[in-house]
Design a protein around this ligand. Structure first.
Ligand SMILES: [Zn+2]
Length: 341
């Protein structure tokens, strides 16, 4: 009896993954269950201290990744990551199911506020476009039409327009048919110090009569409908009580993301119905430093929407409207900020 209880209270480190982009590293620590922890960061070390002892089979991990830009030390309930040099910013947020602690470490920025200030002053703001799904994840499919392909076609259309205008720097999370984890996509946005992050997707619902655009931003408050869309895009089921698992930093830019969504609606409504602008816990938007939205471009199982989604001229018209919305938002943001300078 006692031994069973003892084993239940251990936390197993299931996986540790990371990606490095320039002077930025995003760590993702997957653990076996929800657990309270404290976080500290100093010089070149980030420490996560749990309440229960940790189980970490380091050998398994070391075999998988030979060269890592950090060392991992596990002692009792403490896990420490030691980097090769001192960092300037380290922050974290949590994604549930599977329960992951995501840690962003940057080696050049001085603190979060500086990142934002720098973003305001930069001559060319950075737009990050994210084509949903990809590789082994086709997204929603109907009549052999795959969401991952439509999303990528839209991203390419929008990228062409943005590049021609030369007002903004542009970064794509993927420009081919490849799989990326949801937290890698927002990680790229943070690594390049994004100003606007847009993830493009295609919708599906039971009724083939439903059509139109839907625009979402990250929020811990949501309607039942928005939660269903988020679950579909996250690939996991969430219960209302689970939302407390997201921490404050998950919705760091909620207000400005909502504003961006409203600007996009103003432009998109010229060429089609916008069913809703709503918040929900979308994993791909969690923890971004910049205003971030996810656009559902139409319903793949609605005849009219499907016809539009596969039409190049319609994709171009949509992309132009999205770009206008982004430009208006950035102009608004700059003028709003200037009034406080
Ligand atoms: Zn999707």
């Amino acid at each position: 009896m006692w031994s069973a209880l003892f084993f239940l209270s251990l936390i197993r480190i299931e996986d540790i993954s990371y990606f490095k982009l320039g002077e930025f590293i995003r760590l993702s620590i997957e653990i076996s269950q929800k657990s309270d922890f404290s976080f500290s960061a100093e010089k070149n070390a980030v420490k996560v201290i749990f309440k229960e002892p940790l189980v970490f089979e380091k050998n398994n991990y070391a075999r998988k990744k030979k060269v890592m830009p950090f060392k991992i030390l596990v002692k009792g309930a403490e896990m420490t990551f030691i980097f090769e040099e001192n960092f300037s910013v380290a922050r974290y947020f949590v994604l549930p199911f599977p329960y992951k602690i995501i840690i962003d470490v940057s080696f050049k920025m001085s603190d979060i506020e500086d990142i934002l200030t720098e973003g305001e002053k930069r001559r060319r703001p950075k737009i990050i476009l994210d084509a949903g799904h990809g590789g082994k994840d086709p997204g929603t499919t109907h009549f052999n039409i795959r969401e991952k392909d439509i999303a990528l076609s839209f991203v390419r259309e929008l990228a062409d327009i943005i590049r021609k205008d030369r007002k903004f720097e542009l970064i794509l999370t993927r420009d081919k048919d490849e799989f990326l984890k949801l937290e890698e996509r927002s990680g790229i946005a943070n690594a390049v110090e994004c100003d606007v992050f847009i993830s493009l997707h295609v919708n599906y619902t039971k009724s083939s009569a439903v059509k139109g655009f839907e625009i979402f931003y990250f929020s811990k408050k949501f309607s039942k409908y928005a939660l269903r869309v988020a679950e579909k895009e996250n690939g996991v089921k969430l219960k209302e009580g689970d939302i407390v698992l997201f921490d404050l930093f998950s919705s760091y830019k909620e207000e400005s993301s909502k504003k961006l969504a409203e600007f996009l609606k103003e432009n998109l409504k010229d060429i089609g119905r916008v069913n809703r602008v709503e918040g929900a816990p979308f994993y791909v938007l969690a923890g971004t430093f910049c205003p971030s939205v996810l656009i559902e471009l139409g319903f793949i199982n609605n005849h009219e929407d499907r016809r539009k989604l596969i039409s190049k001229s319609f994709r171009k018209a949509i992309a132009e409207k999205i770009y206008e919305g982004v430009k208006n938002f950035i102009t608004y943001q700059l003028s709003y900020q200037n009034s406080y300078l």
